[in-house]
Design a protein around this ligand. Structure first.
Ligand code: NAD
Length: 400
């Protein structure tokens, strides 16, 4: 079967099931170019483990550290290679492009594709670090997954995006039909709350850090960061106070436990609360895409717009690897959502919120920007790419 074909977006609900290899490579290049244009990090990490390294915030972190201070990065993710004439997933193509550029530029980079929640991947990661890398001085936890098999019990837990205790009704945007409508989401059962905590809470991050510590692969002064979100009050019933918010609370519990562990090595662990961006994970959350479309409009008008790469660069250059070190909020978290949640931005977003309808969606919000961003996640809508041309879809990654 030929592995050259014309690849077009195939959108199914809030996901695109095809990905364009050259478009993904262009998106990775654009992020690397942004970092190359910044002043290099003076005392950045040398050896970094990124869990969830192939898309969104994890990929941006990987690019920022490889190009911001030539850090060696080991990326772990769960992506699909090209199979049976079907293109690989976007994260696969992103990684293939990142690695081939990094190797060309003399920057060490290796990847493991598999289930980061499993003991097997933890063991393979540790053995690779022991053989090939200096001890790890930064661990980034950026997994976003709908399910997790608990390695202790073999039970599969599925996360849900639901309110807790009470039903929640709100305006939302159906990004498939481009329609603004009302939705009502029923509250999660106790079991669903517990399952979501199992998947997106802190248990696995703690398992990783304990395993890395016990194997003796963490360097003196090793730091670890996991990403979280809080957002505006209008999304709280389904986000901050919903099932995912419960999981994020649990992530904070894990951050405190890991911080205590890393302090022994003169390092620290903390949560970075990032801004809302379009990623595969955020496009699945009810209400959030409409809010992001409005947020983009307002933040672009105020010249405050950021995507993953600008956010993580702000994290590394002004927080973790800044001489003054971290500027924590009252709960010990770094706040990269400060511009998003500023009074001026929020007041403007919510003065527009009640008036948005299907008819004025493109006028009142930056839905076009939202859609561009969404397509770009899968390598589409990039001006320099010829989408009518056949491309090689079987792009290899030299997996470890
Ligand atoms: P994403 O969907 O772009 O990335 C998820 C990553 O996890 C991918 O690399 C994927 O391959 C990997 N992954 C998923 N399941 C895996 C598994 N079982 N084993 C190995 N790898 C697996 O998501 P994202 O939006 O970048 O989210 C990353 C983190 O950032 C999450 O904690 C999320 O809550 C947080 N965050 C996101 C936003 C946002 O607006 N998107 C805002 C703030 C914080």
């Amino acid at each position: 079967m030929s592995t050259k074909q014309v690849v077009r977006p195939k959108i199914r609900s809030f996901i695109c099931v095809s990905a364009h290899p050259e478009g993904c490579a262009a998106h990775v290049r654009e992020q690397a170019d942004y970092i190359r244009a910044q002043k290099p990090l003076r005392n950045g990490p040398r050896s970094v483990l990124i869990l969830g390294a192939s898309t969104g915030y994890g990929l941006a972190s990987r690019i920022a550290l490889a190009y911001g201070c030539r850090a060696a990065t080991l990326g772990v993710f769960f992506e699909k290679p090209c199979e049976n004439g079907r293109p690989a997933s976007a994260g696969w193509y992103n990684t293939a492009a990142f690695e081939s550029n990094a190797h060309r530029d003399g920057i060490w980079a290796k990847s493991l594709n598999g289930d980061a929640f499993s003991e097997e991947i933890k063991e393979r990661t540790i053995s690779l670090i022991k053989k090939e890398m200096p001890k790890i001085d930064l661990v980034i936890y950026s997994l976003a997954s709908p399910r997790r098999v608990d390695p202790a019990t073999g039970i599969t837990h599925r996360s849900v995006l639901k309110p807790v205790e009470k039903p929640f009704s709100s305006k939302t945007l159906d990004t498939d039909k481009h329609v603004v409508e009302e939705i009502t989401i029923s509250p999660a059962s106790e079991e669903e709350v517990a399952d979501t905590i199992k998947v997106m809470g802190g248990e696995d991050w703690l398992l990783w850090m304990n395993a890395l510590d016990e194997a003796g692969v963490l360097a003196e002064g090793c730091n670890s960061v996991a990403y979280s979100y809080i957002g505006p009050e209008v999304t709280w019933p389904v986000y901050k106070n919903g099932t995912i918010g419960r999981a994020k609370k649990d992530l904070e519990r894990a951050a405190r436990a890991i911080d205590a562990l890393l302090k022994i090595h003169r390092g620290r662990a903390f949560i970075s609360v990032n801004k809302a961006v379009v990623t595969q994970a955020s496009s699945a959350i009810p209400v959030v895409p409409l809010y992001i479309a409005l947020l983009f409009k307002v933040m672009k008008q105020h010249n405050l717009h950021e995507d993953c790469i600008q956010q993580v660069w702000r994290l590394f250059s002004t927080q973790i690897y800044n001489d003054n070190f971290l500027d924590f909020d009252e709960a010990g978290r770094v706040r990269l959502d400060d511009w998003e949640l500023s009074k001026a931005v929020q007041e403007e977003v919510f003065s527009l919120w009640p008036s948005v309808t299907t008819e004025n969606l493109n006028e009142l919000t930056d839905y076009a920007g939202y859609q561009n961003n969404f397509l770009k996640l899968f390598g589409f809508g990039i001006p320099e790419i010829d989408y009518d041309a056949e491309v090689e879809i079987d792009v290899p990654i030299a997996l470890a």
